[in-house]
Unconditional design. Structure first.
Length: 202
C-alpha cells in the first residue's frame, strides 16, 4: 500500500500542482483548502504525512498542532511550504512539531520529492526500530524455548513489588514452584502437570 499524504493549501492552483507531483510519484493524495477542513480530513483518513502551507500551519494553536501530531508512533509528520523570508516562522513551526519544509513556489519537483521521501523513510525507520527494541526486550526477559519469564525479569518485578508494598504499606508474598519436583509424578501424567505449571508461569 502506498503512503497516504494530505495536502492543505488555500491556493487551488498550487494545491493541484503539488498533488499532481506527488501522485505522479506513486503517492496517494488527499486535499484540503483550509485549516478546519484539513483537521477533519486528517482525523478521517489518518495520513502518513501532511504537507501544509506555512501560513495555514501558523493558524494552528499549539494545542491543535500537538493534537494533530499526537503520538509519533501512529500520527503523521508535518512538512510546511514556506515563502522566502519566513525563516522565523519556519523555526517556530519546527519547534512546535514540524518535520521539515520546502520553499514555494515549487520549481524543483525533485527537491520536494526528496524532502517527502526523507521524512517518510525516517518515519519507517523509527517504526522498525521500535519493533526491534520491543523484540529485544522480550528476548532479554524470556526463555526462548519455553517463553517463560527468566531470572532477570523476576528480579525486576520483585523490586517493583517491594517498592509498591512500601509505598502503600501493604504486605506481599512470593509463591515459588520447583518444577524439578514434578519428576516424582508418574510418567503418564507428568507432561500434563509440567505443561500446566509452565502455562501458569507465563
Amino acid at each position: 500500500m502506498n503512503d497516504l499524504i494530505l495536502v492543505i493549501e488555500n491556493d487551488k492552483d498550487r494545491l493541484c500542482a503539488i498533488s499532481d507531483i506527488l501522485r505522479s510519484s506513486g503517492y496517494e493524495v488527499e486535499e484540503a483548502l483550509e485549516k478546519n477542513e484539513g483537521i477533519a480530513k486528517a482525523k478521517e483518513i489518518s495520513p502518513d504525512l501532511i504537507i501544509m502551507d506555512l501560513d495555514i500551519g501558523l493558524q494552528f494553536q499549539e494545542e491543535e498542532l500537538r493534537e494533530l501530531k499526537g503520538d509519533r508512533k501512529t500520527t503523521p509528520d508535518l512538512i510546511a511550504m514556506a515563502d522566502q523570508g519566513q525563516e522565523n516562522h519556519i523555526s517556530k513551526f519546527l519547534r512546535e512539531g514540524g518535520s521539515g519544509y520546502v520553499y514555494k513556489p515549487i520549481k524543483e519537483t525533485d527537491l520536494v520529492l526528496f524532502s517527502v521521501k526523507a521524512v517518510l523513510d525516517r518515519k519507517e525507520l523509527e517504526k522498525r526500530n521500535r519493533f526491534l527494541i520491543s523484540q529485544l526486550k522480550q528476548v532479554a526477559i524470556k526463555d526462548p524455548l519455553t517463553e517463560v519469564y527468566n531470572y532477570r525479569h523476576f528480579h525486576v518485578k520483585l523490586s517493583e513489588e517491594i517498592i509498591r508494598s512500601r509505598r502503600y504499606n501493604r504486605p506481599f508474598c512470593i509463591f515459588l514452584v520447583d518444577i524439578l519436583s514434578l519428576i516424582h509424578i508418574s510418567e503418564p501424567t507428568r507432561p500434563l502437570y509440567i505443561s500446566y505449571a509452565v502455562f501458569c508461569l507465563k
